[in-house]
Design a protein around this ligand. Structure first.
Ligand code: PRP
Ligand code: ZN
Length: 300
């Protein structure tokens, strides 16, 4: 398996990022088959294999060069960076891309009925349960708060009920875990999203080349998700107003219409979603025959 020309990319085995990670790689053109143990996905049309692992292990796998790339939450990466720093090491991985999914936040939460909470200072002398002791410690230091960190390996949300902690510091995505455990979010410690990290080692040319190609496709996929192709007719005199209204577009293509009218067709790629309000404003500015199409692929 240790083929020097095949890239190894670590992704979360099962969790919040798994489906969207696989979806992103699929949109980048990757077809893979999963081995019997389900731990490895063999790329069929690219020299790229996937390793399905616990998300918390991904920074280590990349840092130790077991994998060339990792797709993981910024929360996990930042916690690992602080942990390494505390042990006197600089993190040996590099964030290559910020991805447009996996948004969540590491937040402090207290029991709904916690009457003692009146702001961050009320955490002084309290116990806070978390699986992110380093990020929490940094936040406490920044706020000059002396609290006891209770480091757990999971099920943080039930710690207050069990009497093991007064508050928790955990990831919040939809917030349903907090609601189900009668906890209320009070402070954000870190905003997070998925990222791609890479090994510190320089890669063989063939591998480096595929990393570049993959990143270019990732950029294309992410741009396309928001982009729209818009077509409309307008009198020439309305063009300055219309161009101002086209969201995030570079210079549009202007095509004269047959039949000797002063009308032209305007075609533009908009790098932001086009909402009904925008279409209404375009129409009010003189546009007609408006058409908005999804963009499938894009290569800058
Ligand atoms: C996080 C966190 C909560 C849940 C919050 O776990 O520990 O249990 O997500 O999500 P919600 O606000 O949508 O309810 P995660 O899926 O990251 O698993 P892990 O911590 O075990 O890796
Ligand atoms: Zn995890």
């Amino acid at each position: 398996m240790d083929n020097p020309v095949r890239l190894k990319l670590a992704v979360q085995k099962s969790g919040r990022l798994t489906d969207q990670s696989i979806d992103l790689l699929g949109r980048c053109g990757l077809k893979f088959s999963r081995g019997k143990d389900q731990l490895v996905g063999f790329g069929e049309n690219m020299p790229l294999d996937l390793l399905f692992v616990r998300d918390d292990d991904i920074p280590d796998l990349v840092e130790e060069d077991v994998c060339d790339l990792g797709l993981v939450g910024l929360n996990v990466v930042e916690e690992k960076r602080l942990e390494l720093a505390a042990r006197g090491h600089a993190a040996r991985f590099e964030i290559l891309r910020t991805l447009d999914f996996g948004r969540c936040r590491l937040a402090l939460a207290v029991p709904e009925e916690a009457t003692w909470w009146s702001g961050p200072r009320s955490l002084d002398g309290r116990r806070i349960a978390t699986t992110y002791p380093y990020l929490l410690a940094r936040w406490l230091t920044e706020h000059s708060i002396q609290a006891e960190i209770v480091t757990l390996s999971g099920a943080v949300e039930i710690a207050p009920r069990l009497g093991r902690a007064d508050a928790i510091c955990d990831l919040v995505s939809t917030g349903s875990t907090l609601v189900a455990n009668r906890l209320r979010e009070v402070e954000v410690v870190l905003e997070s999203h998925a990222v791609i990290v890479r090994t510190p080692l320089s890669l063989a040319a063939a591998k480096a080349d595929w990393v570049e190609r993959l990143l270019m496709r990732v950029d294309g996929v992410q741009q396309v998700r928001e982009s729209k192709y818009i077509m409309l007719h307008a009198p020439r005199s309305a063009l300055p107003a219309i161009r101002k209204l086209l969201p995030g577009s570079e210079s549009p293509t202007i095509i004269p219409l047959e039949g000797g009218t002063d009308k032209v067709a305007v075609h533009a790629v908009c790098r932001e979603n086009v909402f009904w309000e925008t279409l209404e404003a375009l129409k009010a500015a003189g546009a007609s025959a408006l058409l908005v199409l999804p963009v499938e692929k894009m290569l800058a």
